[in-house]
Design a binder for this molecule. Structure first.
Ligand code: ATP
Length: 247
């Protein structure tokens, strides 16, 4: 079994007096891709924001690489090796270059330049636009910039909230390809998504409903559960489970 990189333990969180998350337990192992799926309002964004320290947890612990980060500031969590890509993804009023340099801001100066150059090699479409403002890019390119900006900090874990928000299916495929490349380079991923397309890259899935974790398992195990199959894949599932063996 791979080493546990992130362990969220018994996490409660919310807004004011309104509780949005109840007793969340979730783990991501080294190099593992975990997808968190759930309907609108289930609490995915709340969970990701609490993990990044953008929202304070009420109870529970957040352990990253063996150490509690529950009381660390967001920048300290980033320095520890967690990168975050929000639904927006990049800074629209900054150039592509500046977005990547901001992403790399916690690296030593000489290394940050090298890291940005490497990212341009990996994502050539961004290099062509290096002086353009983030906001002038197409929806898909903006997300790719968001991925590259998050990778600029050389994270061990990339946490993404709705990476397909507002994207056409073609661009969703571009984002998935970018994630697959990062994964091959050894990165662990935690992706919160409503779009089941992201299950293509999931090694394990957690479902979040009404602020609570429901199912935990693999995509084939999800297909084997009739209620989950109906709720998440519907009748036109492109992930359709294999037909049962006759006899
Ligand atoms: P979506 O995909 O629509 O973003 P989500 O799964 O990310 O949904 P959250 O945005 O985390 O869900 O919302 C979880 C719950 O917390 C919902 O009931 C929502 O109304 C509530 N909530 C979210 N943000 C706030 C806020 N700033 N103040 C009060 N309640 C909030």
């Amino acid at each position: 079994m791979a080493t546990e990189l992130l362990h969220i333990q018994g996490l409660d969180a919310g807004y004011g007096k309104i509780q949005a998350l109840w007793g969340i337990d979730l783990a991501v192992h080294e190099r593992e891709t975990v997808v968190l799926v759930g309907p609108n309002g289930a609490g995915k964004t709340t969970l990701i924001r609490t993990l990044m320290g953008l929202l304070r947890q009420w109870h529970g612990d957040l352990v990253f690489a063996g150490e509690s980060i529950a009381h660390r500031r967001t920048d300290q969590r980033v320095r520890a090796g967690i990168a975050y890509m929000s639904e927006v993804g990049c800074f629209p009023d900054m150039s592509v270059d500046d977005n990547l340099l901001i992403g790399a801001q916690f690296l030593p100066r000489s290394e940050s330049k090298r890291q940005v150059d490497e990212l341009y090699q990996r994502f050539p479409t961004l290099q062509e636009k290096r002086k353009a403002l983030g906001g002038s890019l197409s929806g898909g390119q903006r997300k790719i910039l968001g991925v590259a900006k998050a990778l600029a900090s050389k994270p061990r874990l990339l946490v993404m909230d709705e990476p397909s928000a507002g994207l056409s299916p073609v661009f969703v495929n571009d984002v998935i390809r970018a994630l697959q490349t990062s994964r091959e380079a050894g990165l662990a991923l935690l992706v919160a998504a409503q779009n089941v397309k992201f299950l293509d890259i999931a090694e394990r899935v957690y479902t979040l409903e009404g602020g609570r974790i429901g199912f935990v398992g693999t995509v084939p195990e999800m297909h084997a559960d009739a209620a989950l199959q109906r709720a998440y894949f519907g009748l036109h599932a492109r992930h359709a489970a294999p037909a049962p063996n006759p006899g």
